[in-house]
Design a protein around this ligand. Structure first.
Ligand code: FAD
Length: 310
């Protein structure tokens, strides 16, 4: 059995594995796709102390660093069930889609999250070519340009306020007849001169010239009229979905499906910790996921040295 089994091989999982392995304890990582969301990212300019890197390069660096410590990496393996230890000090179990099962004294869950997409023509074609999901990451790339934010919830309105300070103009598009964000955010948004808010609008297509985004089309849901907006960027803010479907009913999840953790990454089940985008910790970023992964791993080690075997 592993002392620490990490489920998920993104920045959080890699940090957790390195911190555990450096304690000289038996560490394993099981990941559907080692590297995680980082592999889908082009330029990364906010990974502190590295001015610019690219996702695949960082993904490879994560894997090399983890391998250096002799961590058992089980890539391309999907976890389908978690069974916490029946007794204090007992072993927890993770079942895999392959039919295999892994046992460990402690577990760090770091299965990350995925952005909800619009599933309309052009969205995928122009991903990283004008279609973006993270204003903290890609906002500065659109300095002085025109962008749209899709989604009028808190994250959409926050993104629009953020982007209004960087870009020339922001069009916020909401499907519903009214914005759903907190009133204080809506008031702030409405006070900005370079923002246009369009409600009751269904985005139907992201348009481009083959190389980059040039605009979007939407349907006015009250009149049925088709309209278009010329712009250079589209930020999709219609939700971040945590990869916790396989954990429902086993550990405490928030109403949004995020794993509830305390300041040490402890979940509702003893010996089970969690870190990164999959948790309730706010602001989903690489540096934050790494810090949380390190923290959860140190908490798992602390748990190990304080718990007598069952
Ligand atoms: P993830 O990176 O999501 O990793 C999750 C891991 O778990 C993966 O290995 C996955 O395969 C695995 N997994 C999931 N489910 C299972 C399962 N059931 N069984 C086994 N394994 C499973 N952040 C920045 O700081 N700067 C940026 O510039 C930036 N740009 C981004 C651009 C894009 C397009 C995207 C999508 C995200 C960007 N982010 C950026 C956000 C950043 O990538 C995430 O915050 C970070 O990757 C979260 O790390 P994580 O380890 O928590 O999760």
């Amino acid at each position: 059995a592993f002392d620490v089994l990490v489920v998920g091989g993104g920045p959080a999982g890699a940090a957790a594995a390195i911190y555990a392995a450096r304690k000289g304890i038996r560490t394993g990582v099981v990941a559907e796709r080692f590297g995680g969301q980082v592999l889908d990212t082009m330029g990364i300019e906010n990974f502190v102390s590295v001015q610019h890197t690219e996702g695949p390069k960082l993904g490879l660096a994560l894997e090399e660093h983890v391998r250096e410590y002799g961590v058992d990496i089980m890539n391309l393996q999907v976890a389908t069930a978690l069974i916490p230890a029946a007794t204090p000090g007992g072993l927890a179990e993770v079942k895999l889609a392959s039919g295999a099962s892994l046992k460990a004294k402690t577990i760090v869950l770091s299965t990350g999250a995925r952005w909800r997409t619009m599933n309309i023509p052009g969205e995928d074609t122009y991903r990283n070519k004008g279609v973006a999901f993270c204003p903290h990451c890609d906002g500065p790339l659109f300095k002085g340009k025109r962008v749209a934010v899709i989604g009028g919830g808190n994250s959409g309105v926050e993104a629009a306020i953020d982007l209004a300070g960087i870009t020339a103009h922001v069009t916020l598009i909401e499907f519903d007849s009214r914005l759903r964000a907190d009133q204080v955010l809506q008031d702030k948004l409405r006070s900005l001169r370079n923002v246009t808010i369009i409600t009751s609008a269904q985005t139907t297509e992201v348009t481009g010239d083959g190389a980059r985004v040039t605009g979007l089309r939407y349907k006015d849901r009250s009149t049925g009229a088709e309209r278009s907006v010329d712009l250079e960027g589209v930020f999709v803010q219609i939700g971040l979905v945590p990869n916790t479907e396989w954990l429902k009913g086993t550990i405490g999840l928030s109403p949004r499906g995020e794993i509830e953790v305390d300041a040490r990454g402890q979940t509702s089940a003893p010996g089970i910790f969690a870190a990164g985008d999959v948790t309730t910790v706010p602001y989903k970023q690489i540096v934050i996921a790494m810090g949380e992964g390190a923290k959860a791993s140190l908490a798992a080690f602390d748990h190990l040295i304080r718990t007598a075997p069952a």
